[in-house]
Design a protein around this ligand. Structure first.
Ligand code: SAM
Length: 230
């Protein structure tokens, strides 16, 4: 009989943000496929989990997906974890989940943290309807085009961004959207958590002389809420 793939959400910073079920499943499976084994080891050590780990990341994704699917078909119970948060959301998890589904392997999701939901709720912007854009294209032309396509979006917009590109992206947002309300959500659940809310230009000016570090989610007001403000 085939085994099961357990898609396990792990903390996005604070190691206490893990469910009882996640800890039990990570204890019980035969193998944990992890995007970053060194990072996952910190979580496993904290909860005294001795389950073997194997690397599953974008550089070995094709061969490793095949290998893991074969092990699942042979009856192994395998957990998939990403670097942080919910596997499958802007990380390599999707490929393995899709391959398992295609092979008729049982997939169970153990829900938990995700940076996108945490940021959306913390932003103070409308949560009833939203779109998640993942990472924007890196090339300036493509990025501008992607932002322009979102200009008339009525729903709240969520974007993952690197600290190195943040200031440029804020300037682009101001150029494309005007003084739209945004929230820069930095280092969520961690020691230096910070949420900076305001107009895109205003937030950009606040951050201009700082060396922005850490992990960032950008939340942008949709046009509907922006119109209601003015
Ligand atoms: N699967 C993950 C999830 O469920 O959130 C996301 C993986 S994606 C490769 C990593 C990106 O998520 C980071 O570049 C950042 O934009 C965002 N992120 C992850 N942890 C975060 C945190 N603690 N604070 C702010 N953003 C975070």
């Amino acid at each position: 009989m085939a085994g099961s793939l357990f898609v396990v959400a792990t903390p996005i910073g604070n190691l206490e943000d893990v469910t009882f079920r996640a800890v039990r499943v990570l204890h019980e499976v035969d193998l944990i496929a992890s995007e970053d084994t060194r990072h996952t080891k910190i979580l496993l050590d904290r909860y005294q989990i001795g389950t073997p780990l194997t690397a599953y990341h974008k550089f070995n994704i094709r061969a490793k997906t095949r290998q893991l699917v074969n092990e699942l078909l042979a009856g192994k119970m395998i957990a998939l974890v990403s670097d942080a948060g919910t596997p499958g959301i802007s990380d390599p998890g999707y490929e393995l989940i899709r391959a398992a589904v295609e092979q008729g392997i049982r997939v169970e999701v153990i829900p938990g943290p995700s940076a996108l939901v945490t940021a959306l709720v913390a932003s103070g912007l409308p949560t009833d309807r939203f779109v998640f854009e993942g990472f924007l294209p890196k090339k300036p032309g493509k990025k501008r085009k992607a932002l322009a396509a979102l200009k008339d979006e009525g729903r709240t917009i969520i974007i993952y961004e690197s600290p190195f590109r943040l200031l440029k992206t804020l300037a682009e947002i101001e150029a494309v959207f005007g003084e739209r309300q945004i929230a820069v959500c930095r280092e969520l659940t961690k020691r230096f958590e910070e949420i900076i809310r305001g107009g895109a230009g205003e937030v950009g000016a606040k951050l201009k002389d700082q060396r922005v570090r850490g992990e960032i989610v950008l939340v942008i007001s949709g046009q509907d809420a922006q119109r209601e403000r003015s």
